[in-house]
Structure formats: structure tokens, C-alpha cells
Ligand binder design. Sequence first.
Ligand code: MF3
Ligand code: CO
Length: 254
Amino acid sequence: MLFSRSAAVRTPAEIAVMRRAGRVVAEMHDRIRVAIAPGVSTGELDRIGREVLRDRGATSNFLGYHGYPAVICASPNSMVVHGIPSDDTILREGDIISIDCGAVVDGWHGDAAFTAPVGEVPPEALRLIEVTHASLDAAIEVMVAGNRLGDIGHAVSSVAEAAGFSVVEGYTGHAIGRAMHESPNVPNVGRPATGPKLRAGNVLAVEPMLVIGDPDTDVLDDDWSVVSADGTWAAHAEHTIAITENGPEVLTLP
Ligand code: MF3
Ligand code: CO
């Protein structure tokens, strides 16, 4: 991308605060992950997220974002991202569920997502989940100062395509810091050695969104829920990652 801007450079002290925000997000993940089971509503998962935010004195970057009504996104099955949690959405055995969480600590943002099976799920759905997380791991590996933004998207799409899956079109990751979404976007496709150079101090939210079938998506009537157009399973994984002198540091880990 010829005119894509470089991401802001953060000081070690700023990254230390972002690490605290990231740990809150990781705790939301941990608490929600163990609650995922057949019969549990996504509204209940959102309440768990609210509890963690309250206990840690953190605030939500999702709640109120363009009017968004919850602190997590919960996107089952063919839903790719931005599913609104509800007491009426009950997880069932065989579902897969993507959970996206964010937190703000002292004005600095964290953002991360995972996809998990609900009980026993078909092997192909499990493989989609594994490959989506593996594509994020591959992206993190190339997040080294001196590499370029296009290396990240190339890493994601290489893993996805080698497995026979598609990268969702039209949605990207993003730089993150004092706002959840900062410039530049971080696409999940890219050409190696192209785009702005990655620098120590850049902090990026990388978020592969993969589908089994066609990469086209639709937005439902609630104006939020993004679903795969062909109705096949979708998975999402995301971490907030700092590029440091010593390589990538995932900030959204416990
Ligand atoms: N975590 C999402 C992202 O990575 C944003 C969630 S949309 C919101 O861009 F409305 F829920 F905030
Ligand atoms: Co994000």
C-alpha cells in the first residue's frame, strides 16, 4: 500500500501501561473461555467481561463505540466478527464461538480475540480454529523491526491458503494505543517486503478472520453482525503486539 502511514512509536513506559491493559483483556479471555459450554448465553459471557473490567478498574473500549451495546463481541458459527451478546443467544454443542474483548487502562487500549469450540465440534470446524490461531502466530513471528507491514498480511494469508481456507475481505487489524483503532490498518493479505517499515515501539492489533468457503461477507439487520455470505464457519483470532528491540511482545497475554 503506497501511501499507508507508519504506526506511532511508543516509549517503553507507554508500552508498560499497554501491557496492563493487555493483561486485563487476557483475564477477560481466561474467565470467558472456561465459561463457554452448551446452554450458556453470550449475554452471560458479556457479564463476565464486565466483571473483570470492574474488578481491575479498567473501562471498556467496545461499550458505546459507535453505539455498540456490550463489552465483548460474541460471534457464533458463520458470524465472522461484531456479534452482539444476548441472553437469547444460547451456545449449543457443536457450535464454534469467536470472542473479542477490549480494555482501557489509564487511557491506553488493549484488544484481542479467540475462537473456541463448544463441546464436540466437526473436525473441519476445529481445523479452521487451529489454522486461524496458527495464522496469527505466523504473523507475530514476522513482527520484527525492519520488516514491513506487507509481511504481516503475507504471513496470515500464506497459512490460511495453505490450509485451503479464505481470508475474509474488507476487514483488517489496526495500530492501537491511545485509541482502539489507529492508523495504519493491518491487512490480512499483503506482498512481502512492501508497505511501511515496522519499527521498535509500534503496537499493532493483528486479527486474522478466516472462513471455510467464500471470502464474501454480509452485515445483518442489526448493522453490526458480520456473517460469511455463504453461511459456512468463520473464525477470528487477535492479539495486541508490541514490536520491541528484542522482537515481538504479545501484550494481551496473562
Ligand atoms: N475488537 C474489534 C476490532 O478489533 C472492535 C470491536 S467493535 C466494537 O476492531 F464495536 F465492539 F467495539
Ligand atoms: Co481489533
